[in-house]
Design a protein around this ligand. Structure first.
Ligand code: SF4
Length: 318
């Protein structure tokens, strides 16, 4: 990768073939019916289908219900601090360009305490798949208003209804500098979820995927209309968009052609209010990648690096 000579040990024999059980970690302790289960299954299947060596795969998470994700994967993982999944992932990516990286964050984790990292993570555009599990509520801390809670949504922190209109993570991300891949999918359609995550994994840069995620414990009604009525889902389609399996499009009569190179149209679609737009909003394969710079010099022998450091320090000797 990047023409570097690395001395990382290859653990997996060339002939090895992985099955789902090679990625299945501890038993997931999310509530029954929680959309997180569907995403976990989709990622484990993606790892199996792509034959990603578990010792070359890492899942980094912040804090929240969904951020327990690394515990349920039999790969490397890091369950970090609230809102800090992205800086941790950027650190890993800076020194381990050989790893397959998935980042898990929730609407509270990403869009509130982690919002600064979100903006700059998008701008850094380092190769990783970032999944925003958006259930419109802080579930782990028992039903508090999150930045994406709808106006009037009753929570423990706003029992008479949330005062402010919700932040739209797609519209926000499309406005960040150097954005390179923005998609939206739904946890209740495994085929679309898997196809979207596959496209995100193959993107050469940071792919941002907002997953509309059901929380039957606290926000049972939030996505129910969309789940029960396919007309409430607006499927974006294009030859350069998400490659969908045969038959899936027939399930969604409400469709629109959208070229993911068209940012203006992407922003208009993100503002759709009468249906959930799903698919690929935007992709720029030429966005600058910060990890292309952070790996520079990694192949330099350690002795040369130490000698250069000594020369630099000697310049300040009195
Ligand atoms: Fe899932 Fe909601 Fe339960 Fe958290 S509280 S595990 S988001 S259903």
């Amino acid at each position: 990768m990047y023409g570097l000579k690395t001395d990382w040990e290859e653990v997996t024999p060339a002939s090895c073939s992985f099955t789902l059980s090679d990625y299945e970690g501890g038993v997931a302790r999310w509530c029954p019916g929680c959309g997180d289960h569907a995403v976990l299954t989709a990622i484990q299947k993606l790892c199996r289908d792509e034959q990603l060596p578990p010792e070359k795969t890492v899942v980094v998470a912040g804090i929240g219900c969904s951020s327990r994700f690394p515990h349920y994967m039999k790969t490397y993982g890091f369950h970090g601090l609230h809102g800090r999944a992205l800086p941790v992932a950027e650190g890993v990516r800076s020194r381990r360009p050989d790893l397959h990286m998935f980042v898990v964050t929730g609407d509270g984790d990403c869009c509130s305490i982690g919002a600064g990292h979100w903006i700059h993570g998008i701008r850094y555009n380092m190769k990783m798949t970032v999944m925003l599990f958006d259930n419109n509520v802080y579930g782990l801390t028992k039903n508090q208003t999150s930045p994406t809670s709808s106006q009037g949504q009753q929570t423990n922190t706003h029992p008479r209804g949330a005062w402010l209109p919700p932040l739209d993570p797609i519209q926000a991300t499309l406005g960040f500098t150097n954005v390179s891949f923005v998609a939206q999918t739904i946890d209740w359609n495994p085929a679309h979820l898997s196809a979207t995550l596959k496209a995100a994994h193959h993107h050469e840069g940071l792919s941002f995927v907002r997953i509309l995620q059901r929380c039957p414990h606290y926000t049972e009604d939030v996505f129910e209309l969309g789940r029960k009525d396919p007309n409430r889902v607006l499927m974006m389609e294009h030859e350069d968009g998400i490659s969908l399996p045969d038959g899936l499009l027939k399930m969604f009569p409400n469709r629109i052609a959208h070229d993911p190179a068209n940012m203006t149209e992407a922003r208009d679609l993100a503002g759709t209010t009468d249906a959930y737009p799903v698919g690929l909003f935007y992709r720029n394969r030429n966005a600058v990648r910060y990890d292309h710079f952070t790996v520079e010099g990694m192949a330099t022998p350690r002795s040369e690096k130490i000698a250069a450091l000594r020369r630099a320090l000697d310049r300040h000797r009195v």
